[in-house]
Write a protein that binds this ligand. Structure first.
Ligand code: GLU
Length: 281
């Protein structure tokens, strides 16, 4: 099978050193395998995504020497595909509408139990307040959640392969872990009709991605993605989670980290080879 990977930035800020590392590593891996490097713009968050950021990301990536086939996939064009996947999970009886706001969830979760995790890859683990509500009672402003206990009840033995340095090996999905430590994740956010997890899974299949190369911070989300792929009957790619680029104080770089923006290094006269050296490629 031909190696296909992708870089999937959200156009909500400048491309910084961490993104550049991720994109160049994926591009290098594709080239070494005689494969393909794709780009995908993850712009489902319409309130934060900006065309100007998108244009600058393209410009920085080209400057770094990367190329990719056109047209680029843009998530804002793909809402019907996400809807279809969501409908499928609903038809399987695995979804429910939820009207809880952040404050409701905090209040319901305010009596921590010994040994029970409070936070998962998606933030605070949902206490299940709305779990019994049927989809027919969905109201405007509700989000749609996955009922994790039902989703994992008939889960076949499922595993994924990780080739990244920190977690290299085969990882099996453990239903008990998913219920306790991940919980009822949001599949469709308010005003978006989808979520990061659902869109990524649908798009990695649509783009025939065989290898997902991304930062270690997303490793815990991978179990959610493999679960959704299995429920939806989609192929499970190989995963490679790479180390994160940190600032001088050891903190991982954030979108706001303009000090590490590629644009800033360019303005100071750096060459693409300098950026490669800075991230250890
Ligand atoms: N859009 C995500 C980000 O910018 C990356 C998602 C992924 O690689 O799966 O962090």
């Amino acid at each position: 099978m031909r190696f296909v990977t992708r870089f999937a930035p959200s156009p909500t800020g400048p491309l910084h050193l961490g993104h550049a590392y991720s994109a160049m590593l994926a591009h290098d891996m594709a080239r070494a395998a005689g494969g393909v490097f794709l780009l995908r713009i993850e712009d489902i968050d319409r309130t934060r995504s900006r065309p100007e950021w998108e244009a600058r990301i393209f410009d920085d990536l080209h400057w770094l020497g990367l190329d990719w086939p056109e047209p680029v996939m843009r998530q804002s064009d793909r809402l019907p595909a996400y809807r279809a996947a969501l409908d499928r999970l609903t038809d399987m009886g695995l979804t429910y509408p939820c009207s809880c706001r952040r404050a409701d969830i905090e209040a319901a979760a305010s009596a921590p139990q010994e040994g029970v995790p409070q936070f998962g890859p998606d933030g605070r683990i949902y206490p299940g307040t709305c779990r019994a509500r049927p989809m027919s009672e969905m109201r405007g402003g509700d989000v749609i959640r996955l009922d994790m206990a039902r989703a994992t009840a008939a889960l076949p033995d499922t595993a994924f392969t990780e080739t990244g340095p920190r977690h290299e090996g085969t990882h099996r999905l453990d239903p008990g872990h998913l219920i306790r430590a991940v919980g009822d994740i949001v599949l469709a956010r308010r005003g978006m009709g989808t979520s990061y997890h659902l869109s990524v899974v649908v798009d990695d299949t649509a783009q025939n991605v065989t290898h997902v190369v991304r930062g270690e911070d997303l490793f815990d989300a991978t179990r959610i993605h493999v679960l959704l792929q299995t429920l939806l009957g989609l192929p499970v790619p190989t995963y490679h989670h790479h180390r994160l680029i940190r600032d001088d104080a050891g903190r991982r770089l954030a979108k706001r980290d303009d000090a590490r923006a590629i644009a800033k290094y360019r303005a100071e006269g750096a060459a693409p080879a300098d950026i490669r050296r800075m991230v250890g490629l």
